[in-house]
Write a protein that binds this ligand. Structure first.
Ligand code: FES
Ligand SMILES: [Fe+2]
Length: 382
């Protein structure tokens, strides 16, 4: 299963005169008000699923305000370097060939090492200038993803992503992916995890009620609903970069719970860009893996992969992935149309208190030089 929804595909209010694409552009313009946190937090971010990068090939990826050449060398190791060649600015991933541990620029053949970014060969010169270097980014290949470490102060990784043994060992098997583009500030998406009060509102109506928040309350589907119980907490050091949401889910039909379809979930938000969501059901165990990466200051890419125990019927695993995608697409309708509220009007309650706590927790991923977006309300043109 591979469900892909681009920006403008879901979550906008098309009105017959304007397409969802036009609306997505106009929302981007008119919503640009107020102060928002920096747009590219510090941490690990997934760039591409590892199996999609073949040995000896490169791919050009734009993310986090960077233009990157991601390549797998001839020994199988993955590297991430700045895409532009320091010689004349050609894009290394647009026709550059992978040779040994290096990528060779397609323009004049300069060769750069993937691990250090150093130029080690210029075909027509003996002396290599010391500035002949591309930036090589800290790279981690894990759980079938290639992750980049992005830090505005240029410091080396201060924490790592945990390996999922069940995936490495092959005990759990891959059953598909979904991919969504969302028009909002990156922090909105993890914040959803601590926002336990939105669960019954946005994720209450059953799946068949659809993804359009305007119509999902129809009487037709009111005989059943999702019920969620949730608790969020920040982990203790040295896991301070992790926040955990404990979630139990059941479906009620005519007010009665159906225990066999209960689902218990442990959702670990690991830094700003990665979520490992383990679940347990009567059909077996498994996990959703979420990768969240900013492709533009206010455009985020979310990929979900699902892995399950081999004994779980494939159709069930695909259903779980589909069910998750439906719930995400409802959130997308909120995210695409809202603004980041820097000064929310909170009430004194456990629920709103959690969101405030999440914001304090999340602020650890911003630092002095984190890139900010300043809005020019009237002149902005996409
Ligand atoms: S631009 Fe890359 S070698 Fe000339
Ligand atoms: Fe949500």
């Amino acid at each position: 299963m591979n469900r892909v929804r681009y920006l403008g595909d879901v979550g906008y209010l098309a009105d017959g005169n304007m397409s969802m694409k036009d609306i997505s552009n106009s929302v981007r313009k008119r919503r640009m008000v107020g102060t928002i946190p920096p747009v590219y937090p510090n941490g690990w971010f997934g760039l591409i699923e590892a199996h999609r990068l073949k040995k000896g090939t490169s791919i050009n990826i734009s993310a986090l305000g960077l233009n990157l050449a991601v390549f797998r060398d001839e020994e199988g190791e993955a590297h991430i370097v700045d895409a532009y060649c320091p010689h004349m600015g050609a894009n290394l991933a647009a026709g550059g060939r992978v040779k040994g541990k290096c990528i060779e620029c397609p323009f004049h053949g300069w060769k750069f090492r993937g691990d250090t970014g150093e130029c080690i060969d210029i075909p027509y010169a003996d002396k290599i200038p010391s500035q002949a270097k591309v930036k090589a980014w800290p790279t981690m290949e894990l759980n079938n993803w290639i992750y980049i470490w992005h830090h505005a102060e240029d410091i080396q990784p201060s924490w790592l992503l945990p390996e999922i043994d069940e995936i490495t060992s092959g005990e759990w098997t891959y059953r598909g992916r979904s991919e969504h583009f969302v028009n909002c500030h990156i922090e909105e998406i993890p914040e959803n995890g601590a926002d336990v009060q939105h669960l019954s509102q946005v994720h209450g109506p059953i799946m068949t009620a659809g993804i359009d928040l305007r119509y999902m309350w129809s009487k037709l589907w009111s005989f059943a609903n999702h019920e969620w119980r949730a608790r969020w907490e920040a982990n203790e050091p040295p896991e301070g970069h992790i926040g955990t949401l404990f979630l139990s889910h059941s479906i009620k039909v005519f007010g009665k719970r159906i225990p066999p379809i209960d689902l218990d979930l442990e959702v670990r938000q690991i830094g700003p860009g990665v979520v490992y969501l383990k679940f347990e059901s009567v059909f077996g165990k498994g996990m959703y893996m979420q990768s969240l990466t900013p492709v533009e200051p206010m455009v985020q890419k979310i990929v979900h992969n699902i892995y399950v125990q081999r004994r779980m019927p494939t159709i069930i695993a695909k259903f779980y992935l589909y069910a998750e995608a439906i719930q995400v697409e409802r959130d997308i309708m909120i995210w695409n149309n809202k603004k980041y509220e820097g000064k929310p009007v909170f009430v004194k309650s456990k629920e709103d208190g959690l969101i405030a706590r999440h914001r304090r927790w999340y602020s650890q991923f911003y630092s002095e030089h984190s890139p900010r977006l300043t809005f020019q309300k009237d002149t902005m043109d996409w």
